[in-house]
Design a protein around this ligand. Structure first.
Ligand code: PGA
Length: 250
């Protein structure tokens, strides 16, 4: 049985004060004893303080990106060891905004994935097609390519300690959510690709859906057989909305 995971990706939002009140508001609202695992990914400067606020709460801390290199003259970058050092358990790799706005290609994403696991961080590998790709019937080929780029470097075993997030680019921040059926179809395809290589890992790897997840659609998305939770952007910036999404994951 896969434990659901709901991750909040705050992107580049907030201030120290806003982030602190978001975390405490959320901790007040989350229902203890719920089955789903919760993960928060604040901006880098707020990681330590968020980690301090989350201490003993059972809510996990993660970062939004990581450098592929381990240390050295890489101005502006943050290493996996540093993320580990400040209490992160997870890190997003290959988010579509990194791919599209910062030119991160499949090969770099694979190296980031490896760097994260090298420090025992759990990478959340984000994959997903653009609207043009979907309309050109390329969803399967694009998502497979993004997944294979990592598997070719790491082997399928690496997915035993990773999470996959399917985030159709056309659904991110647009208010346009994939229907549960549309998302399920891609999730099932991803799981089958992994299972082709290793049936056990295919059955156990958690695959999150991301892209305009809200309290009003979370439950029906999470009810699909191959959707194991969500990666939530905009709606994770509101404590009550995010808490309701988490509740929807069981
Ligand atoms: P959204 O973002 O929920 O605001 O669409 C999701 C994401 O980018 O992870």
């Amino acid at each position: 049985m896969r434990q659901p995971l709901v991750a909040g990706n705050w992107k580049m939002h907030g201030s120290r004060a806003e982030n602190a009140s978001l975390v405490s508001g959320l901790l007040d609202l989350l229902q203890p004893g719920k089955r789903a695992e919760i993960l928060l990914c604040p901006p880098f400067p707020y990681l330590m303080e968020t980690g301090r606020l989350l201490k003993d709460s059972g809510v996990a801390l993660g970062a939004q990106s990581v450098c592929a290199e381990s240390q050295g003259a890489f101005t502006g970058e943050v290493s996996a060891a540093m993320l580990k050092d400040v209490g992160c358990r997870y890190v997003l790799v290959g988010h579509s905004e990194r791919r599209q706005l910062f030119g991160e290609r499949d090969a770099l994403v694979a190296r980031k994935f490896v760097a994260a696991q090298g420090q025992a961080l759990v990478p959340v590998l984000c994959v997903g097609e653009t609207l043009e790709e979907r309309e050109g019937d390329q969803t399967t080929s694009v998502v497979s390519r993004q997944l294979e780029a990592v598997l070719a470097v790491t082997g399928v075993q690496a997915l035993a300690k990773a999470v996959i997030a399917y985030e159709p680019v056309w659904a991110i921040g647009t208010g346009r959510t994939a229907s549960p059926e549309q998302a399920q179809e891609v999730h099932a395809m991803i799981r089958a690709k992994v299972a082709e290589r290793d049936a056990t890992i295919g059955g156990s790897v958690r695959i999150l859906y991301g892209g305009s997840v809200k309290a009003s659609n979370a439950q029906e998305l999470f009810a699909m057989p191959d959707i194991d939770g969500g990666l939530v952007g905009g709606a994770s910036l509101k404590a009550d909305e995010f808490a309701r999404i988490c509740a929807g994951a069981g």
